[in-house]
Design a protein around this ligand. Structure first.
Ligand code: ZN
Length: 192
């Protein structure tokens, strides 16, 4: 391993427990000497690039994370691309939070109907997204299975005999925190 590899081998974490964890992670000593851009792999060019907010209402917004840019200006020779570092409760590019999706999954596993589970989790009357969530969960099933420590076993619940539900059930049982948050923190990849 070269000295350069030794200095820049940390990659980039994208999901965090708290905002202060993000702040600590982006301290100058880490940005300059250990973190590498997840797009181009270069180290030493990451610059803080502002907060990420979620608009809660007309007058209220919540800080969900921070952006860093791999700078190609002012003497830097990075790729110019941006990375978002967000709280684990944030589902990237989705309207609802990882808390709400976690509730939806737990309700499905408790044999609540898909549409009802969606309404309870999101407090929405419209259910257009309910089946999209189910489709997204099905698409990601291999990703969930990769994270399971033991093979999926079929339980007595009729619903858990379905491969997707059985996998989600094993995932929920294997984690101590809400499933989507815990998954995003440990796998460092979006749940859906
Ligand atoms: Zn880069």
């Amino acid at each position: 391993m070269s000295r350069r590899d030794f200095l820049f081998d940390a990659g980039m974490q994208t999901f965090f427990q708290s905002l202060s964890d993000i702040e600590r992670y982006l301290e100058p000593c880490h940005r300059y000497y250990s973190l590498t851009c997840q797009h181009c792999g270069l180290g030493g060019h990451l610059i803080s690039h502002g907060f990420i907010y979620k608009q809660l209402s007309m007058h209220e917004r919540k800080t969900m994370g921070k952006r860093v840019v791999c700078s190609n200006r002012f003497g830097h020779s990075g790729c110019g691309r941006t990375t978002q570092l967000v709280l684990a409760e944030c589902l990237p590019n989705r309207q609802y939070s990882a808390w709400q999706l976690s509730v939806f999954i737990v309700l499905l596993l408790a044999n609540v109907a898909v549409v009802k589970a969606y309404q309870l989790a999101t407090e929405q009357v419209s259910t257009r997204q309910a089946w999209r969530w189910v489709a997204a969960l099905k698409r990601n099933i291999m990703q969930y299975r990769l994270r399971l420590k033991s093979p999926v076993s079929v339980t007595s619940s009729w619903r858990c005999t379905h491969p997707v539900f059985a996998t989600l059930c094993a995932l929920v049982n294997g984690l101590t925190a809400p499933v989507c948050l815990a998954f995003q923190l440990s796998a460092q990849t979006a749940f859906i």
